[in-house]
Design a protein around this ligand. Structure first.
Ligand SMILES: [Zn+2]
Length: 83
């Protein structure tokens, strides 16, 4: 599970997705919480942000964790409808 020793820099970026790479889901969730608080603060002041990170997911390319956003249709798989 914990094979992140290759990366020394904490805020590394994924070469494939160019997203910030988090060490694990815990770190990503924390970043997500911070981002939500910041957005809530901005919206309270009338500033709307288009950044909408939604949830962490494990990247198959870099073994890190990224955050999904509106632009990334990571959950685009269509489930078969049960008849
Ligand atoms: Zn990645």
């Amino acid at each position: 599970m914990n094979r992140f020793h290759k990366a020394k820099v904490n805020k590394a970026r994924c070469e494939v997705t160019n997203k910030i790479r988090y060490r694990d889901t815990h770190e990503a969730t924390h970043a997500l919480t911070v981002a939500r608080h910041m957005r809530a603060e901005h919206e309270a002041r009338g500033i709307t942000s288009s950044r909408r990170e939604s949830r962490p997911y494990e990247c198959e390319h870099c073994d890190g964790v990224h955050l999904t956003s509106n632009e990334d249709r990571i959950e685009d798989r269509t489930l078969p409808v049960a008849s």
